[in-house]
Design a protein around this ligand. Structure first.
Ligand SMILES: Cc1ncc(COP(=O)(O)O)c(C=O)c1O
Length: 428
């Protein structure tokens, strides 16, 4: 099972049988409030009719079309729709099937871009501690999570550095919105440039808000500083928006929320409301033109997946973006953010809680570690929440991450927080 304690799971399985809107139904018939939009991905809520219908229709019309030297209209239509809601300048979409593939595609595009413009020595990637970029060899290499690499460390990408993460409980605990302290942590990038030389560095990849390692929100001014340093040295900046994309922060993408424009964006999850797997890497016109114009004749970029732009995923994506537009879901997190902030910060005085942080419709609730066993208390709270409170939460270490579907009501926000509080306070 993926990222699962197999023995514990099999001793007491947690099985989901169906879902609708804000709820799952477990295999024993209990309604489970979805506090995590599945895995940060079901942004419009579950089994939404327009998406279900579009997938069914596509399955009966064009089951598959090869993407190599061929195409089909829906994938181009979806690419255009995605570009419409992205910041101006991000213009070309490369489809894949997951966030991991979107990231590996971005890293390859970065190398191809520098090679195409005659700087093929720019091969080094810079990631960040506590970054998560999926599980491909590229993604775990630039990622900053030690357990994800431990068994594979002998075969990671060879030229990768990591700058420090921005999580600083001593200075920023219980921040509402962006924390005040830490912009200067971006300057670590200058130190990496000084060490290796800018002419060796291809790209920096960061999640604008680190999700998987516990909702680490960038300090005020930090992302601007990263952008400026990249500009100074001709380094590409990649935002991994697999979680923050499609409305999580109250704007379509985090790039708009923070008003910092990357050279590439990686997407997945919410692009199809998670109903069909899909990933996407979006690049500027300059990157696309540079790579494509470097080859006179034939294939310009030797990369792709059998299921790139799959017809069912494309149909799901088109229906999803229409639903987001019809229900104004890409900005709904901004409307709900004040209630969300008030609700999650009501956990401040709950037993075991040492930090609460929030932005848009996402929150991290950090618990004190029990007896030096990292993650045990939060895991027990997660199991308790599922079986005794009927709520799905997500934990990483001793941090509970909440990221509900963007359709959540005010009443459901308070219900979610109340259930989390009870589950946490029952733990020793
Ligand atoms: C920021 C980020 N990048 C990449 C991924 C990998 O996506 P996938 O699991 O679809 O491969 C994730 C998954 O959670 C993610 O949060």
């Amino acid at each position: 099972m993926p990222f699962t304690a197999n023995k514990a799971f099999k001793a007491r399985p947690r099985l989901l049988a169906s879902a609708k809107d804000m709820h799952y139904v477990s295999d024993d018939g209990r309604r489970i409030l979805d506090g995590t939009a599945g895995l940060w991905c079901v942004n419009a809520g579950h089994c939404r009719a327009p998406i279900v219908d579009a997938i069914a229709k596509a399955a009966g019309t064009l089951d598959f079309a090869p993407g190599f030297q061929m195409g089909h209209p829906a994938s181009f239509a979806l690419a255009r729709k995605v570009v419409e809601i992205l910041p101006t300048g991000l213009e070309h979409v490369f489809f894949s099937n997951s966030g991991s593939e979107a990231v590996d595609s971005a890293l390859k595009i970065a190398l191809a871009y520098h090679q195409s413009r005659g700087e093929k020595q720019r091969t080094r990637f810079i990631g960040r501690e506590r970054g998560y970029h999926g599980v491909g060899f590229g993604g775990i290499s630039v990622g900053g999570i030690a357990p994800n690499k431990a068994a594979f460390s002998s075969q990671l990408l060879p030229a990768v550095d990591h700058i420090p993460h921005t999580h600083d409980l001593a200075k920023n605990a219980f921040s509402k919105g962006m924390p005040a302290h830490g912009a200067s942590l971006a300057d670590a990038l200058e130190a990496v440039v000084a060490k290796h030389g800018a002419e060796t560095i291809a790209a920096v990849i960061v999640e604008p808000v680190a999700g998987s390692t516990g909702v680490l929100i960038p300090p005020v001014g930090y992302l601007e500083r990263l952008r400026a340093i990249c500009d100074r040295h001709g380094i590409l900046l990649i935002f991994d928006e697999v979680i923050t994309g499609f409305g999580r922060l109250g704007t379509p993408f985090a790039a708009q929320y923070f008003n910092v424009m990357p050279d590439m964006i990686t997407l997945a999850k919410g692009i199809t409301n998670a109903a069909v797997p899909m990933g996407a890497t979006v690049v500027t016109g300059k990157i696309y033109d540079t790579v494509v114009n470097a080859t006179e004749r034939g294939i310009e970029f030797f990369h792709g997946y059998t299921y790139s732009g799959h017809p069912l995923a494309s149909a799901a994506g088109l229906a999803t973006l229409q639903l987001y537009a019809d229900e104004q879901l890409l900005t709904r997190a901004a409307t709900m953010a004040p209630v969300w902030e008030q609700a999650v910060h009501s956990l401040r005085d709950a037993k075991h809680v040492i930090d609460v942080r929030n932005l848009g419709l996402v929150a991290g609730i950090e618990l004190a570690t029990r007896d030096g066993v990292l993650g045990a208390r939060a895991y027990d709270a997660f199991v308790d929440a599922f079986f005794n409170e009927g709520v799905l939460i997500r934990t990483t270490g001793d941090i509970i991450a909440l990221s509900p579907p963007l359709i959540i009501s005010e009443e459901q926000i308070w219900e979610l927080v109340g259930k989390v509080k009870r589950a946490v306070e029952r733990q020793v």
